[in-house]
Design a protein. Structure first.
Lengths: 227, 117
């Protein structure tokens, strides 16, 4: 009998029935079961079919009394939701920092990133950049300068006769190598990339701020209005 | 569950609250005391749903009034007593039950007469 009551208590606790109500129901149930037991009546005579399923019995009783605390629809997801704007903000800040560094590191002459196929070293190709504004994409010609090892090639327009300083970044990847090439006629503009990253970072920061504010989050907005 | 028991359960489900309200007319009673009153009138809830959820619903709907009291020196119990609203609900429920019973009897009564020896 007491085991049945304890099982009911556990179910009421799980259903967040207020303690005073749960205590009252448990006390009444225990007293009724004890009286029935003293009279030789079975639990089924007191509880009906509920005697075989204490959890369902407890849930039905509390539900019909209207004492089950409904779970907050946002309680479970509020933690997740609150972490999302923070993650976006952190990412935006990192992006902004990276953008500022890229802008500061950019030389007065725009540097570009070029991609060359390692499988065709004699025909290095400067990939046309979507950020490049002027002129059609150009095919660069590989060449050698000074003590640069043969495998490190630089790319530049053949019509410019002055020596060009190339920063060669060999990548371990099998397909491509990335070159930062001094010049101004093709490739990705580091300053422009920095500016775009800065813009993306600012947009991300604004979005994360809006998402975390009462105006950007419907749940927070409803709570704000309710308050 | 046999079909006969299932039918009995279905029939009782619709009127068990009226039965509880009816036994409360005798006076305030706690849960098990109402079970005993039902049994004394020939209605056992063995195998049926418990009366406790029903009492909870009646309480929530304001059809019964409750208070805590002792019974024969026993532990404090929650007593259920009839409210004014309960009287109206019981009267309306009994009227509906009788109408339904008469309608069903009008159909099944003929069948019973044919089957009876």
């Amino acid at each position: 009998m007491s085991e049945f009551v304890e099982e009911c208590r556990r179910e009421w606790k799980r259903l967040r029935v207020p303690d005073p109500v749960a205590n009252e129901m448990a006390a009444d149930l225990a007293a009724d079961l004890a009286e029935a037991d003293a009279e030789g009546a079975s639990a089924e005579e007191v509880l009906g079919s509920g005697a075989f399923d204490p959890r369902s019995f407890a849930a039905a009783w509390a539900g019909e009394r209207g004492v089950i605390q409904p779970p907050s629809p946002t309680a479970e997801s509020s933690g997740r939701r609150s972490r999302l704007p923070a993650a976006i903000a952190a990412f935006a800040l990192i992006t902004i920092i990276g953008a500022v560094l890229a802008i500061l590191a950019a030389p007065s002459h725009p540097a570009r990133l070029a991609f060359a196929s390692t499988f065709r070293p004699a025909l290095g190709v400067v990939v046309p950049s979507p950020f490049r504004l002027g002129g059609p994409p150009r095919i660069a010609r590989p060449g050698l300068r000074g003590n640069v090892p043969p495998r490190l090639r630089f790319f530049g327009p053949p019509r410019i006769g002055r020596p060009r300083v190339s920063v060669v970044v060999p990548q371990p990847g099998p397909a491509t190598r990335v070159f930062a090439v001094a010049g101004n006629d093709s490739g990705l503009n580091l300053r422009r990339i920095g500016l775009l990253l800065l813009l993306a970072g600012v947009v991300g920061l604004v979005l994360s701020t809006l998402y975390g504010s009462p105006w950007g989050n419907p749940n927070r907005r409803s709570r704000w209005h309710a308050a | 569950m046999a079909s006969g028991e299932r039918r009995r359960t279905e029939l009782l489900r619709g009127v068990l609250d009226l039965c509880l309200l009816a036994v409360m007319q005798e006076g305030p009673a706690y849960g098990y005391e109402m079970t005993k009153r039902l049994r004394a009138r020939g209605l056992s809830i063995v195998g049926e749903g418990s009366i406790y959820p029903l009492l909870g619903r009646l309480e929530r709907e304001g059809l019964v009034e409750t208070y805590r009291g002792t019974s024969n020196g026993g532990p404090p119990r929650k007593y259920y007593s009839a409210s004014l609203e309960e009287q109206r609900t019981l009267a309306a429920g009994v009227s509906e039950w009788r109408a339904a019973r008469d309608a069903v009897d009008a159909v099944l009564g003929l069948v019973e007469a044919e089957v009876a020896p």
